[in-house]
Write a protein that binds this ligand. Sequence first.
Ligand code: ADP
Ligand code: MG
Length: 673
Amino acid sequence: MKADDPVTVLRGVGPAAARSLARLGIVSVGDLLLHLPMRYEDRTRYVPLNEVEVGQACLVAGKLVRSDMAYGRRRSLTATISDGSGFLTMRLFHFSRQQAEALRRGEWLRCFGEMRAGPAGREMVHPEYRVLSARPEAPEPALTPVYPATQGFASTRIRACVDQVLDAGVTLNGSVLPEEPVPALDDAVVFLHRPPADASPEALDASRVRVAKDELLAHHLLMRERQKLRARQRTTPLPKAQGLGRELVRNLGFRLTGAQRRVVSEVLNDLDSPTPMIRLLQGDVGSGKTVVAAFAAIRAAEHGCQTAIMAPTEILAEQHYETLSGWLSPLGIEVGLITGRLAARERHARLSAVARGETLVAAGTHALFQSSVEFASLALVIVDEQHRFGVHQRMMLRHKGHLPHQLVMTATPIPRTLTMALYADMDVSVIDELPPGRPPVQTSSVSSSRRPEVTARVVSACRAGRQAYWICTLIEASDALESQAAENVAAELRTEAPGLRVGLVHGRLSAAERAQAMEGFKNGAIDVLVATTVVEVGVDVPNASLMVIENPERLGLAQLHQLRGRIGRGKRRSYCILLFDPPLSDVARARLGIMRETRDGFVIAEKDLELRGPGDVLGTRQTGMQTFQVADLARDAPLIPAVVEMGARIADPVRRKVIATWSPFFDDSYTEV
Ligand code: ADP
Ligand code: MG
């Protein structure tokens, strides 16, 4: 058995089990090794009943002294055991008749569960339990790992699979890092899967950190490798030409901010070079990234070369198309729109204009990188809101030209430490200044008990000619439930204020219906847009000056910030109301406080990282970054400076080994240059 064998080499893993495991991202034997326990249960000893503490999860055993049916507010079945030192009651609310009958006096009971202070003394509610006719067997020799599991494949089955792998002696064949006080990678992995009975939480954590660090290091080294290879590539340089950019500056109707000017010159400088540009442009929502893209496209067009600009949604692609044709058509540069919505004929006509090279700037969605799209001379690829695209898709578009220059734009501010480690293969530009004359969005948090006031406020703002967003979110980001919540709010608003023009955007509507609502909102035919988080990205409606976000406590800071960025784009003062459901957890309270205090995306990103709420921050989900097997950016970001430093002084053979160990676990496109 080898680490890169498929899981089906394991006993008891057939095609169905393999499918379940694949849902957990486990395809190979090596994936199993890296599927680390999320916690451990201590079943290494029977705790005497008089020593069990409230809140403690432990293994106990005793002889059944009585069993009762209790009829309180809820019917429950109780069984009390004694081990000579004390008593404990097991309580079940859901049980079958067989279960009730099995709990006979004189039998032995073995339970694993958490002790609570119940109404009639100390008890375990729904522990794992077994009824035995004799004194129970010896406890487990080691801590019991609990694995992240999935429907149809429980933690215990995963454990059995991992055991097979460890018994077969399969390892990742990892490296020993220099100056490591902790064990080698493979020892750390084994320790985590099979900790001895006396393993301390500190030792477990140190081992996990050891593995995470190795993974982050591998990723970092891979990025640097890519950068080195890239520096040797050659493409068409696009030097300064006719000066059409100046003409755009004159026509714009606004002055570029200092940050925009700096970033434009960084980009144009790159284009001037025969090394293909790969630049990440970070700029908060509303900071004016589109105009930077326009200058880059103009430069390409001056050389008769084409630009593809790719947006994650049809609405955004259309918005880019309109903005860019407004700016570029007067300069004689033809802009085209390629989306999945086009009728066959129209699509064919537009595609041939691109293939002939007449359309110099093609705006579009992922439809742009279908194989039917051919470019005459693609020299520049611009990807907007990059986290919505896989790296892979970006690479596909890259193959349509001869190593085109790439500009990747994102509104998700990424703290500097992370950029250093994760985007080490890209150059980074930051627009850290908003266009002038935008009053800050005033943010307040309001308890859901005051919901009627909030509704009234939305209605009166709309009656005064303003527009509002009402964003519905739910904890279980189930499309169906969220959509239903949005439908309910829309109905409520319509009842509350007949005549109010309410639009709806949610995942259960067709793309055409969504686009229609968005367009209505953009051109003022709709007063309130009730939406799920699908509006998150890039939409520009300057007249919208009020936003209600329901259940903001359930969102990460990065996402809240993105949402709020939809307002405050016009001259008018804008308001964001965070309509929360009490009680708030401490972390949620802190998050809402930060939202009230600052609108600086980078500050928010740093705080988000500090707060480390579960699953938010720029978790890989939000940024579309490489998904790590073990490392968790929210938790492990502090390791990054040390990782970067180690990466700089590591010897060549170790470097190669680290990369080789982890490459199979990284997304394919990450190993591609
Ligand atoms: P984002 O960075 O979120 O993509 P956009 O490019 O959509 O931002 O710009 C937001 C709005 O600001 C647009 O209406 C754009 O025309 C306008 N804008 C961009 N730069 C400036 C500027 N320097 N001064 C005034 N308005 C600007
Ligand atoms: Mg944008």
